[in-house]
Design a protein around this ligand. Structure first.
Ligand code: 6R9
Length: 632
């Protein structure tokens, strides 16, 4: 159960061996699970061909490894504590036996509705134990789940359902986060108007808000579960069968459906969690992410259950009902391992310190961060105020595409440095590239971050679009996986992620494509063309700055900003709303018609002294107009 690495010297040795002989390393990890049939081949395929496979010929069901495997010894152990939006809602804990029973029942429900192996099921739900139950039940019958973050709009939900051709949607009547009610069923109904492929909707009651009902299509979760049997034999899956599809934003076009597979993903998320957090059987591990993101998939649902841990499903926000909520929950459940985002830390460090000091945080042993670079000030505050100087901080770099953590300290083993994800985990071989496609050797250097060898947790494809998969990740640097991130390797060989090098924004740890937001804003009848860039934001890390040209005078820019906000919220999600907009006479364009975002980024950041070369612009005078203009 414990990590097999216990010292820094051992890490270095194991890492070296693991990249010299990756098959031996991963085979040994895979052997710790229950398989119905052992694999014939540990690994095959290459980045060049985009056909990577792990544990081919192996047969398994991931939920047997998450649940059944623990029942004999740990059936009564809590798998999830549920912490509801309202802190006064009564306690609800699910033991491994109870979770197993619920998952088996819901697996039978899904099968009774005609869902089977390989079918896609969309999940658009609140953060209650039912989202984990629905997810695991899909995995148990071999259906491919596609969770859509419950903050996405009807249109975003519809886009995802259509792209993966889901035949069923599982949702709630509504959800409450903080003081906000999100009418999930109403949003789902709207989305489904353009999704004729969905025949069945299962609605789990959470809020009791009024909802519309379509007879013959909609059914209550509780009605279906009332008669379901708790016996369910898991579908035996091939290692390379898809487990789930999760959509993520890229620099162009619509979000891409990343495909993760059963055997490799299982092996990867389980072993990375163990190594990075150094968790043990008595620990209480809390990841504050939402199950709608990859962090929730890998390190709320699958990773902790594979390791037999006690986790927490948290329905609320760090600010509700007051900014002490995260620390109160840590105290309540005596959390030992805590994993959150730099944005949450930056927001909470602005609040009165008594919210922290009023809580007993002495149970904490390891603190983690994920999703975006962490600035030094936030790192030190986390270390001193939350960790009391005693808890190693693991700054974990990874992506939806990587399935699990890639570059990260191992708690208590890797010496840390504020702002550094430090060193690659076993089995991972990073490198830095220059723009000409050469590897940058040595230390104290900077370049584009790539990975040199396949690993079991990596994305196996973009759903339905192999060409996009190849173009995005493998064609820029043949033979390497391109991450889209810039990175520095310092004089000690430590990695520090500097941020995206493509047109992807990272707002509060959420990935947003500039093209997606631009397309949404272009829908406004007064907008001719929009250009989105990120700019430094002291809480969100990066804010959204929208420059746009309009076809008529805007008399009331504040009211217009509200219209743009509403439009972006409706088409994508409230998380993508611009922080600032500026109406301009013209956008800086090259002769070939490309918007020079480099210049807009500088202006948005207030760095107008050093705009670089503007001579290639069709009309350099637009730049001065933009600098003189006003943002709202
Ligand atoms: C897990 C997750 C991936 C992008 C990634 C990078 C940024 C993630 C980071 C980090 C600096 C870290 N990112 N972890 N940047 N330090 N520790 O966040 O997946 O939503 O796909 O985002 O997030 O830019 O490329 P995803």
């Amino acid at each position: 159960m414990q990590s097999d690495i216990t010292s820094f010297d051992e890490y270095k040795k194991v890492h070296q061996q693991s990249i010299t002989d990756k098959e031996a390393y991963w085979e040994q990890k895979a052997e710790t699970f229950d398989w119905h049939r052992k694999w014939d081949k540990v690994h095959s395929g290459s980045f060049e061909d985009g056909n990577v496979k792990w544990f081919e010929g192996g047969k398994l069901n991931i939920t047997e490894n998450c649940l059944d495997r623990h029942l004999d010894e740990h059936g009564d152990k809590v798998a999830f504590h549920f912490e509801a939006n309202d802190p006064d809602e009564g306690p609800r804990n699910l033991t491994y036996s109870e979770l197993h029973e619920e998952v088996c029942k819901f697996a039978n429900v899904l099968e009774s509705k005609g869902v089977g192996k390989g079918d896609r099921v969309a999940i658009y739900m609140a953060m209650t134990p039912e989202i984990a139950i629905a997810t695991l039940a899909c995995a148990r019958i071999g259906a491919v789940h596609s969770i859509v973050f419950a903050g996405f709009s009807a249109q975003s939900l519809a886009d995802r359902i259509q792209d993966c051709d889901a035949e069923m949607l599982i949702t709630n009547d509504g959800l409450e986060r903080g003081t906000k009610l999100v009418p999930l069923k109403e949003i789902s109904d709207k989305a489904l108007q353009s999704c004729p492929m969905v025949n069945d909707v299962i609605v789990c009651q959470r809020v009791g808000n009024d909802i519309d009902w379509e007879e013959g299509r909609d059914e209550w979760w509780h009605d279906l579960m009332a008669n379901a049997s708790a016996d369910h034999e898991a579908e035996v899956m091939e290692a390379e069968d898809p487990l789930f599809i999760l959509y993520t934003s890229g620099s162009t076009g619509k979000p891409k459906g990343q495909v993760h597979t059963c055997g490799g993903y299982m092996t990867y998320v389980s072993s990375t969690l163990k190594n990075v957090f150094q968790v043990g059987q008595d620990d209480v591990y809390w990841c504050t992410a939402d199950a709608g993101w990859i962090t929730g998939h890998s390190y709320i649902i699958y990773g902790p259950l594979l390791n037999g841990l006690t986790g927490i499903i948290f329905e609320s926000t760090p600010m509700h009902p007051n900014p002490g909520r995260l620390w109160q929950v840590c105290e309540k459940y005596e959390v030992t391992h805590f994993y959150t985002s730099p944005t949450a830390i930056r927001a909470l460090m602005k609040e009165d310190i008594s919210y922290v000091r009023d809580c007993d945080l002495s149970s904490l042993e390891v603190l983690g961060t994920v999703g975006e670079p962490i600035n030094e000030e936030a790192w030190h505050w986390y270390d001193e105020e939350i960790g009391n100087g005693n808890c190693p901080i693991v700054d974990t770099w990874w992506q939806t595409e990587t399935g699990g953590m890639m570059i990260s300290p191992m708690a208590g083993i890797t010496p840390t440095k504020p702002g550094y994800a430090t060193l690659p985990l076993p089995g991972i071989e990073p490198a830095l590239m220059d723009e000409d496609g050469n590897e940058i050797e040595g230390n104290d250097v900077q370049g584009n971050l790539v990975i040199k060898q396949p690993w079991p947790g990596m994305t196996r494809g973009v759903w339905g679009n192999h060409e996009r998969y190849m173009n995005t990740y493998f064609n820029k640097y043949p033979g390497y996986y391109f991450t889209g991130d810039g990175c520095r390797r310092d004089e000690d060989g430590y990695y520090r992620i500097t941020g995206r090098v493509d047109d992807v924004l990272n707002v509060s740890g959420h990935r947003l494509g500039t093209a997606e937001i631009e397309n949404a804003i272009d829908e406004h009848n007064k907008v001719v063309e929009a250009a989105i860039v990120g700019y430094p934001h002291d809480v969100k890390g990066e804010g959204v700055f929208a420059f746009m040209t309009c076809n008529s005078e805007i008399a009331d820019p504040e009211a217009f900003k509200k219209e743009i906000d509403d439009l972006v919220a409706k088409i994508i999600s409230p998380i993508a709303k611009p922080d600032k907009i500026q109406i301009v006479q013209g956008l800086p364009k090259t002769r070939s018609g490309k918007i020079m975002r480099r210049i807009l980024r500088k202006i948005a950041a207030g760095e107008t002294d050093d705009l670089g070369d503007t001579s290639t612009l069709v009309d350099p005078s637009v730049v001065d107009d933009i600098i003189d203009g006003q943002a709202y």
